[in-house]
Design a protein around this ligand. Structure first.
Ligand SMILES: C=C(O[C@@H]1C=C(C(=O)O)C=C[C@H]1O)C(=O)O
Length: 380
């Protein structure tokens, strides 16, 4: 067995050579960048990269796979350097520089899905206390209202702490690619809302939105209730009041229960005490408030091995914290996905804007969805 001190001495010697070679390689990459800028050549050259990766894998012998991984990282870094030199992402930078900082708070209409008393209505009141909340039937209708200018903003639920993502909304975000300008994590508390003349023992059937049924799945199973999906919790409450069936109750907010003249038959039905739903605000116009701390992007991945891995490496190398990544299948394309990604940061910091600009050039179907302020903890 070799002596540990001796081996470490060798490693130090090799590292000294490696770092010199790494610097020389980066200098070459920089020169290639200068050439590319002068000759208007794109930074990424997949063919060349694949040739290099295949060659190092072959030469790497028993460490072939590791050599490939090491080189894919090195090339990622050399590309990042070249993007800086060629000034990638000019269009995006100008969009970001021209964004307004102040989101109007009054004299505006804000769309939400459902009716008065819905969680979306509550989120809208919290996000725009001085705005005019306008209700729409479906999530798609909220997007259309923003699209055709009927409203300035739309409020949509994207994720619940126990039931997960609202995938229908993600699909609409990826389709329309409006900007996200605000977000909020709203605590969600459900009651069992029945007719004034019903007693808890009469209830056999519960009506609610599928997300809410899922957040109360254990409660529903424990009581042996049959559940019926509704387009919205407040609509379920309104219809319980309208249809007057003694054995039916809605699972809805306390506000909806009161709004539609129902009686609380049971409290706090959610399986998880810390039940919250994250809402976002969509807009056709970009606003980036000064205190923005969250960035959302969407894109598809280039058809190269490890492209998701190398993307994540780039965030890691800048110390940026991903808070969400969601993949949605692309319509009509088997096993191809669009990615939606959130991370912490502000585009006014240099490393963040550089990274986003680079991705805007390299990721197919890239969109910058926004940089907005989101409280770190759920509001009370
Ligand atoms: C250095 C170049 O630019 C990029 C980086 C590469 C590398 O680091 O080897 C290879 C191809 C390009 O995607 C080049 O084009 O040669």
């Amino acid at each position: 067995m070799r002596d540990l001190k001796e081996i470490r001495k060798d490693i130090d010697k090799i590292d000294n050579q490696l770092i010199e070679l790494f610097k020389q390689r980066m200098d070459c990459a920089r020169d290639v960048g200068i050439y590319k800028q002068a000759n208007n050549i794109p930074v990424l050259n997949e063919g060349r990269e694949n040739e290099i990766l295949d060659a190092v894998e072959e030469k790497g012998g028993e460490y072939g796979a590791s050599a490939r991984l090491l080189y894919s990282n090195i090339m990622e870094l050399s590309r990042a350097l070249q993007h800086n030199i060629v000034g990638s992402g000019k269009e995006l930078k100008s969009v970001i520089n021209n964004a307004s900082t102040d989101i109007p708070s009054s004299g505006i209409k804000v769309a939400y899905q459902g009716i008065k008393g819905a969680n979306g209505h509550e989120a809208t009141l919290r996000l725009f206390p001085n705005g005019e909340a306008v209700n729409y039937k479906s999530f798609a209708d909220v997007f259309s209202a923003v699209d055709n200018g009927e409203v300035a903003f739309g409020v949509l639920p994207v994720e619940n702490s126990s039931a997960g993502s609202v995938s229908a909304v993600y699909d609409l975000i990826l389709k329309h690619r409006f900007y996200i300008v605000k977000a909020l994590d709203l605590p969600i508390d459900y009651c069992l809302a029945g007719l004034k003349q019903s007693a808890f023992e009469d209830i056999e059937i519960v009506w609610s939105h599928p997300q809410s049924l899922s957040q109360c799945a254990q409660y529903i199973a424990d009581h042996g209730f049959d559940s019926v999906p509704f387009s919205n919790t407040a609509i379920a409450a309104r219809d319980v009041a309208k249809e007057k069936r003694l054995n039916v109750a809605a699972i809805c907010s306390y506000k909806a229960c009161e709004e539609y003249g129902l009686k609380v038959l049971d409290n706090h039905l959610q399986d998880n005490d810390e039940n919250t739903t994250r809402f976002i605000v969509i807009s056709k116009k970009l606003y980036i408030p000064k205190d923005a701390n969250r960035i959302s992007l969407c894109f598809s991945l280039p058809h190269v091995t490890g492209s998701l891995y190398s993307l994540l490496c780039r965030f890691n190398s800048l110390g940026l914290n991903l808070t969400k990544i969601e993949s949605r299948p692309r319509q009509g394309r088997q096993f191809e996905y669009l990615f939606y990604l959130d991370f912490s940061g502000n585009v006014r910091s240099e490393n963040v804007i550089e990274l986003v600009s680079q991705l805007s050039e390299e990721m197919p179907e890239f969109s910058f969805l926004g940089n907005y302020a989101e409280p770190e903890f759920p509001i009370k």
